[in-house]
Design a binder for this molecule. Structure first.
Ligand code: NZQ
Ligand code: ZN
Length: 393
């Protein structure tokens, strides 16, 4: 196991009705004037936003509002949020929504005290040195942004989707009420489940040896997702299954399952080009990319893929031909994703094979993520997109 430093300062508040305590938690974490940031309408329609506002008022917290965050959040709204926070004297940002709302909130939080363009943090020009505190009321189990130090934003004019990371933008608190996720359409539930599993796999496929504890934690999250996702697709109101998925989503991405081991993240980088170009859901893009990436890199460490196949997918180990076992595990992953309604190839995602050179080029502009489990060249990335384009069950 490698040396590591792990900071997870977020206070998690979990369970039914906890969104009604949002105001009290803002107060506890030092907020007095809040930017209430939310998405395209689900939180309004469900009545959640009104409940959160009532709890802020009850706690004596003043607030300004900024809704309209789109999935794959845009820089344009971030600029608007930064201006609003400055003009209103905001000292705390409360995100009510999913990863997109939370990431937009983190970008605003980092942008307010910064003299330059907040995009500097995403283009790699500057590192975050200060940020307003952020709290969240999570409405979808997926990105894990409620417990992560990451934020991913799209620069609309250039079609670039890029991330930044700092412990300074980890939420101070996150309210996780599984009941709030019962209104999710099955497709969004499945996209979220795919993202959660991808966050674990990005960490599972490692070159670091002797990492039994994190291997086993990863496997626990994956097995939970394999059991619970079909249950919530069949019964959207199943609180217990929703609860297990919600906590799995947070555990998958605070990095507790990834400490002390080299990680990969190439599938995420390769996927971000798809959601930047086609504005598809991040989880759906991962459903197409991650099995393709696995097929491409499998021979790098067949025994690690065989381990996943046996422990996670219940395959029988073929000791004479371990690569058979490894590849059977990848097949079962793809078929699981298909069974929960995820796309299998470019056509099902709405992507075009003809765009592959453009996707590879934009990946390169961002500096790419070519380290990790297997360092990838532009030709390798082209091949992964090609496998994804033609994949079948
Ligand atoms: O905008 P509204 O109306 O709220 O609708 C949203 C949106 O259309 C809807 N939704 C959310 N909660 C709902 C609901 N609909 C009904 N009932 C509810 N309770 O779901 C749609 C998707 O929401 P979004 O926030 O985009 O989903 P997600 O949490 O998957 O976030 C995706 C974004 O996070 C980034 C992704 O790249 C993508 O931009 N990621 C962020 C990470 C991080 N910060 O650590 C890591 C991830 O790997 C990921 O890259
Ligand atoms: Zn992700």
């Amino acid at each position: 196991m490698n040396n590591f430093q792990f900071c997870s300062p977020t206070e998690f508040v979990f369970g039914r009705g906890t969104e009604n305590e949002a105001g009290a938690y803002v107060k506890k974490h030092g907020g007095s004037k809040v930017l209430l940031h939310y998405g395209g309408g689900s939180a309004v329609r469900s009545g959640l936003l009104d409940r959160v506002k009532a709890s802020l008022t009850a706690a004596g917290i003043r607030f300004a509002e900024l809704g309209g965050v789109k999935p794959n959040p845009r820089d344009t709204l971030v600029y608007e949020g930064i201006e609003l926070c400055r003009s209103e004297g905001i000292d705390f940002i409360l995100a009510v929504g999913g990863g997109s709302v939370i990431d937009s909130s983190k970008a605003i939080a980092a942008g307010v005290p910064y003299d330059g363009d907040f995009w500097d943090f995403y283009s790699g020009k500057a590192r975050i040195a200060a940020a307003l505190p952020v709290g969240t009321v999570l409405t979808i189990a997926a990105a894990g942004s409620e417990g992560s130090g990451d934020s991913v934003v799209t620069k609309e004019a250039d079609g670039l989707k890029r991330g930044t990371g700092s412990d300074l933008i980890r939420p101070r608190f996150s309210i996780l009420d599984p009941e709030l996720t019962c209104t999710l359409p099955a497709y969004q539930t499945a996209c979220g489940a795919t993202d959660i599993m991808a966050h674990v796999f990005e960490r599972y496929f490692t070159n670091t040896k002797e990492v039994e504890i994190t291997d086993r934690l990863c496997e626990a999250v994956l097995l939970t997702m394999i059991r619970e996702t079909p249950r919530v697709i069949a019964q959207p109101d199943n609180y217990d299954a929703r609860a297990n998925i919600m906590w799995a989503g947070t555990v998958a991405h605070t990095n507790i399952v990834g400490v002390g081991r080299e990680q990969d993240w190439n599938s995420h980088g390769i996927e971000h080009e798809l959601s930047a170009l086609y504005d598809c859901a991040h989880g759906a893009g991962l459903a197409v990319i991650m099995p393709a990436w696995m097929e491409f890199v499998c021979s790098h460490d067949v025994m690690r893929f065989a381990q996943a196949a046996v422990r996670v997918w219940g395959c029988q180990m073929n000791f004479a031909q371990p690569e058979e076992t490894a590849r059977e595990g990848i097949r079962r992953f793809r078929s699981f994703l298909h069974s929960i309604g995820m796309p299998v190839n470019f056509a099902e995602l709405g992507a075009k094979e003809a765009d592959i050179p453009k996707l590879v080029e934009t990946f390169g502009i961002g500096g790419g993520r070519t380290g990790g489990f297997v360092a990838l060249s532009a030709a390798d990335i082209t091949e992964i997109y090609r496998i994804a384009a033609h994949a079948a069950l």
